[in-house]
Design a binder for this molecule. Structure first.
Ligand SMILES: [Zn+2]
Length: 297
């Protein structure tokens, strides 16, 4: 699934003080909303986590590396799992898609309540040859942006600011999804950091910026001023699921003989649904019998 407006922009401020990322992931989050049939609170929680993971991947992964983000704050939406790589590919899953909490007092989707903050944000980085590197931090607020900011500070030792947003209309349609990730470089002055903090407080909302102009360069222009940035790259981002029948066959073949026999005797086959993309894979009775016979070899 790809949408021409789904782009991640990487840039550096001309004074070298900030490394910045801007993202439009409206197409991805809209697609994910449809395949998982998510309701408002779940859509916003999953969409924000997808947006933050895309930018985190872009900022800390290289080459063929990939990461899995797990986030669970014990709130009604349950756990989320997001897989991403350095090339802008992403897929995501949410345990409870049908959560639709009342809006907050200022009329916003109550992501913090939906996610909860009694839990952890865990990042597993697969860097190829070596063992996967796992790191986790307690959730800061369950609002997602704050939680990724805290992860970057604690686990990656990168002072940063992460803002993510998903805007949804009354019919569960995603209007916009995206955000920014700003990393403070070692040479940044206190004045520049103070100025940025003030800007972030008074800037227009991410959704209003994206709905005005889908090009994520626009977000960075709003935050830092036009012509203040050197653009490093524009990376198209897309939802990609790498599931296959062979992959699920391995999972089924891995269950106990008794369970496999039960699937054969009682169900005369099996259907597996991919948690990430919703694709269904059917295994016939004959295929299951063959798996059972192979176990005896
Ligand atoms: Zn899949």
């Amino acid at each position: 699934m790809s949408d021409k407006n789904d782009v991640l922009v990487k840039a550096l401020t001309k004074d070298g003080m900030f490394r910045v990322y801007g993202l439009n992931a409206t197409g991805i989050v809209s697609y994910v909303q449809k395949i998982h049939d998510t309701w408002s609170t779940s859509t916003a929680a999953l969409g924000r986590t997808i947006a933050a993971t895309l930018m985190l991947s872009a900022s800390v992964l290289k080459g063929k590396e990939s990461m899995t983000v797990r986030l669970n704050g014990q709130g009604p939406v349950g756990g989320m799992v997001i897989d991403a790589d350095a090339k802008g590919h992403i897929k995501g899953y949410i345990q409870n898609p049908h959560v639709n909490l009342p809006l907050t007092q200022d009329g916003k989707i109550d992501v913090a309540k939906g996610v909860g903050k009694n839990g952890f944000l865990e990042v597993v980085k697969n860097q190829g040859t070596s063992e996967p590197y796992t790191s986790d931090v307690p959730l800061a607020s369950g609002k997602i942006g704050d939680d990724f900011t805290f992860y970057l500070a604690k686990s990656e030792q990168i002072p940063s600011a992460v803002g993510v947003s998903v805007d949804i209309d009354g019919k569960n349609n995603v209007q916009s999804a995206g955000g920014y990730l700003i990393q403070v470089m070692p040479g940044a002055s206190d004045e520049a950091i103070d100025k940025l903090e003030k800007t972030l407080k008074t800037a227009p909302s991410i959704s209003s910026m994206l709905e005005k102009d889908p090009n994520p360069d626009h977000i960075l222009d709003e935050l830092f001023g036009k012509d203040q940035l050197d653009i490093v790259d524009h990376l198209p981002v897309e939802f990609v699921c790498n599931c296959s029948k062979e992959r699920f066959a391995k999972d089924i073949a891995g269950i106990g003989k008794k369970d496999l026999q039960q699937l054969i005797d009682e169900d005369h086959g099996a259907q597996v649904v991919c948690n990430f993309c919703g694709k269904k894979y059917d295994f016939s009775e004959d295929e299951l019998v063959e798996m059972l016979n192979n176990k005896d070899k």
